[in-house]
Unconditional design. Structure first.
Length: 278
């Protein structure tokens, strides 16, 4: 696959937050639309790290690109790419070790660092919004992120507090896609969340004119971007697909088709949301 033949979605692993072994998450997340997996597991010994990468390789789609964080020797041995921390090895050093064919990415936090990343295949910039993992640290914000994009020699993925609803905002200022960690840690919701991100990414590219349609949702007239699916509508309002019943023009929509059903001009939607418990 071409590196960025569509808006990119990267899953960043975290064994400490995951509620199941990481390979069990890798399958549904990549099947739902993640293009890249970044194995970021600091403190993991050499052999467990090798086994983890091998296990992820065995369950993801063949088109999925895998990178490991920081560890050049692991990337070389496992035949995968590398993601470099801003203060880590240089792009030049990584390229000398891995060659021209391997994927090389880098984290940046400023326009100056982005400009100094010549030779990288992609960059990740953040954190764009407030996030629990960066408490007490000021976010970049959209304007600063856009400045990084303008100074970057490579496509830039946005990271940090990116919700499904905010995908369109980061894409509108030049992001090539997003990277996500926290929202993709639970087996019960990871695939569904990845699909919602994918829908939002695709929608951001298919509606360049911001053309909208009008629909009535629970008796209230709302304007929606052309091409909005039921799944994207629910995700944008942080409604869990498994906790809603959706009726469209008097007919119940099957949950399995939420990502396929597009809301049309004049549609009447009734959405009943059940509060989870137990």
């Amino acid at each position: 696959m071409l590196l960025f033949d569509r808006p990119a979605l990267m899953w960043i692993t975290d064994r400490h937050q995951s509620d199941v072994p990481l390979p069990e998450l890798a399958g549904p997340i990549t099947a739902a639309g993640a293009d890249f997996v970044q194995v970021r597991e600091p403190g993991l010994d050499r052999l467990p790290a090798e086994l983890l990468v091998r296990a992820i390789q065995s369950v993801v789609l063949t088109s999925t690109r895998i990178v490991v964080n920081s560890n050049l020797e692991l990337a070389r041995k496992m035949g995968v790419g590398i993601h470099l921390p801003e203060a880590g090895p240089s792009v030049e050093a990584a390229r000398a070790t891995l060659g021209m064919e391997r994927l090389i990415g880098r984290s940046v936090h400023s326009p100056e660092s982005a400009a100094a990343s010549e030779g990288a295949d992609y960059l990740i910039a953040g954190h764009v919004y407030e996030t629990r993992s960066k408490q007490g640290q000021a976010p970049l914000g959209l304007d600063r992120f856009a400045e990084i994009v303008r100074n970057s020699p490579a496509p830039v993925l946005a990271i940090g507090g990116i919700t499904v609803a905010s995908v369109a905002a980061v894409m509108s200022v030049g992001a090539a896609g997003i990277a996500a960690l926290g929202p993709l840690t639970k087996l019960g919701t990871a695939g569904e969340t990845a699909r919602a991100y994918r829908c939002a990414l695709e929608l951001s590219m298919t509606d360049p004119t911001n053309e909208t349609i009008n629909a009535t949702v629970n008796g209230k007239l709302v304007a929606l971007p052309v091409g909005t699916t039921v799944a994207a509508f629910l995700a944008g309002r942080e409604l869990h697909e498994r906790l809603v019943v959706v009726e469209r023009n008097g007919e119940i929509i099957k949950r399995a088709t939420f990502s396929e059903v597009v809301v049309e001009e004049g549609d009447l939607l009734e959405i009943v949301h059940f509060v989870g418990g137990g």
